[in-house]
Design a protein around this ligand. Structure first.
Ligand SMILES: Cc1ncc(COP(=O)(O)O)c(C=O)c1O
Length: 379
C-alpha cells in the first residue's frame, strides 16, 4: 500500500536504543538550535510584523527580497542579480527542488562523506540514489579526487558539496571546485555555514558563482546565516550555462507549492541586516568554545580534528573502546550526549561531533568531563 521511499524502519535505531538504555538528563552536546543557546536575538517577530502587505505569489520570490540576497554575493565581488535567485522555505526545500529539477527517479547524486546525513533522506524522497566521494583526513580535510572519478558516471546528475562541511568544518577550496566542475555535471554547493569562518583559517575559499563553467547552484538561508530556522526562508543562487533553463524549471516547481510566506519575503532585507549582530555573537561564542576545547584537550587522549568553519568540532577518541561503547560510557558516566561519528559515516573512529554554540560554561564543563573520562579509560 505504501511507497518504498516513505519506508521508516520500525523500532529503535542504534542511537535511540543507546539513549533508552541510558536515560537522561544528559547535556545535549549536539545542540544546534540557535534559539535555545541563551544568546539574545533580535525581535524577529516584530520585523516580520513590518512585513505586512498583500500576498506575493511570485514563484521565484518577491523581487526586492531576491535583490537583498543578490547583494550578499555582490558584497563578495560576485556579479549576481535578483534574476539569479530563487527563494525557498528552507535550504532543505531548495535541495528537494533541485533534485526534482535535475534528476529522474533512479538517477544518482554524488555527495561527500563524511557529511550532512540529510542528503540520504532528501534524495530517497525523490527516488534518487546517493553515491559518495571521500573527504580524506591527513591533519586537514581534502577532497579525494580518485574517489570522485570512481563514482561519477552517466547516472550521476549532479555533484553536491557543503562549504564549510557539516560536520568536518572544511571549506571547499578553489582547486577542489575546479575538479568538481571538471566532470561537466551541475554542481551544488551548500554554504549555510559560510559566514562562520574560524579565525584560525586563512586559506582561500571557493567562490562557486564567480566563474561557473557548468551550471552551479549555491544554497543558503536564514537558519544559520542569522540563526533563525523558525523563519523558514532559504534560497538558491545560480550561475553558469543553462541557468535560464534551470530557472524556468525551478520556477515551475516553486509555483506548484508557493511555500515561502509573504511576510518573511517582505521582511527579508531588514531581517538580514538585523541578524548580523546575532551572527557576530554566535561567532564569538564559537571561537571561545574552540579555545576552551583546545585547552582542555591539550596533552590528553582526545584529539580535536582540524576544522576551518561552522558550528561543530570533530573529536577523535582512542580506540580502546569502539564508538558505541564510548557513547555508552559518556551517556552513563558523564551525562554527555555528543553526536556519534557513525551518523556522518566517518572512515575512522571513534569520532564524535560536538556543537560549538552551547553556552560557554556548559561547553567548558563538558570538555573537561570528556577529557577526564578518556584519561581514566586510557590509564
Ligand atoms: C549543511 C546544512 N545544510 C542545510 C541545513 C538545513 O537548513 P534549513 O533549515 O534551511 O533547511 C542544515 C541544518 O542543520 C545543514 O547542516
Amino acid at each position: 500500500m505504501f511507497s518504498r521511499r516513505s519506508f521508516v524502519p520500525p523500532g529503535d535505531n542504534e542511537l535511540s536504543a543507546l539513549h533508552r538504555r541510558n536515560p537522561g538528563p544528559h547535556l545535549d552536546w549536539s545542540l544546534a538550535n540557535p534559539t535555545r543557546v541563551g544568546l539574545e536575538r533580535p525581535d524577529f517577530a516584530a520585523i516580520l510584523g513590518r512585513g505586512r502587505g498583500p500576498y506575493v505569489p511570485d514563484p521565484r520570490g518577491w523581487r526586492p527580497a531576491r535583490e537583498a540576497v543578490a547583494d550578499i554575493y555582490r558584497g563578495r565581488g560576485v556579479d549576481l542579480g535578483a534574476d539569479d535567485v530563487v527563494l525557498t522555505a528552507s535550504t532543505s526545500e531548495a535541495y528537494s527542488y533541485l533534485l526534482t529539477t535535475l534528476c529522474d527517479p533512479g538517477d544518482a547524486i554524488a555527495v561527500p562523506e563524511p557529511s550532512y546525513p540529510l542528503f540520504e533522506h532528501l534524495a530517497r524522497l525523490q527516488a534518487v540514489e546517493v553515491v559518495r566521494y571521500r573527504l580524506a583526513y591527513d591533519g586537514a580535510w581534502h577532497l579525494d579526487p580518485e574517489s570522485l572519478a570512481r563514482i561519477v558516471g552517466p547516472r550521476v546528475r549532479a555533484i553536491f558539496a557543503v562549504s564549510p562541511n557539516n560536520p568536518t568544518g572544511s571549506f571547499l577550496k578553489p582547486d577542489e571546485l575546479e575538479r568538481l566542475w571538471g566532470f561537466g555535471v551541475p554542481v551544488v554547493v551548500d554554504e549555510v555555514f559560510r559566514p562562520y569562518r574560524w579565525s584560525t583559517f586563512e586559506g582561500p575559499i571557493a567562490e562557486p558563482l564567480a566563474r561557473a563553467p557548468v551550471l552551479t547552484c549555491v544554497l543558503d538561508g536564514l537558519s544559520k546565516r542569522i540563526g533563525a530556522p523558525e523563519l523558514k526562508l532559504g534560497w538558491i543562487a545560480l550561475a553558469g550555462p543553462q541557468e535560464e533553463e534551470a530557472l524556468r524549471r525551478l520556477e515551475y516547481v516553486a509555483d506548484t507549492f508557493l511555500s515561502v510566506s509573504s511576510p518573511v519575503q517582505r521582511a527579508l532585507p531588514e531581517l538580514l541586516r538585523a541578524g548580523e549582530p546575532f551572527r557576530a555573537l554566535l561567532m564569538e561564542r564559537i571561537e571561545r568554545n574552540l579555545a576552551a576545547l583546545r585547552t582542555a584537550t591539550a596533552g590528553s587522549p582526545v584529539t580535536v580534528l582540524h576544522g576551518e568553519g561552522g558550528w561543530y568540532a570533530t573529536l577523535r577518541l582512542p580506540a580502546v573502546l569502539d564508538e558505541p561503547a564510548w557513547l555508552e560510557e559518556l551517556l552513563r558516566r558523564e551525562r554527555l550526549a555528543p553526536h556519534p561519528g557513525w551518523l556522518f559515516d566517518f572512515e575512522q573512529g571513534p569520532s564524535f561531533v560536538v556543537s560549538l554554540i552551547l553556552p560557554e560554561a556548559e561547553f567548558a564543563d563538558a570538555s573537561r568531563r570528556l577529557v577526564a573520562c578518556a584519561t581514566r579509560r586510557c590509564s
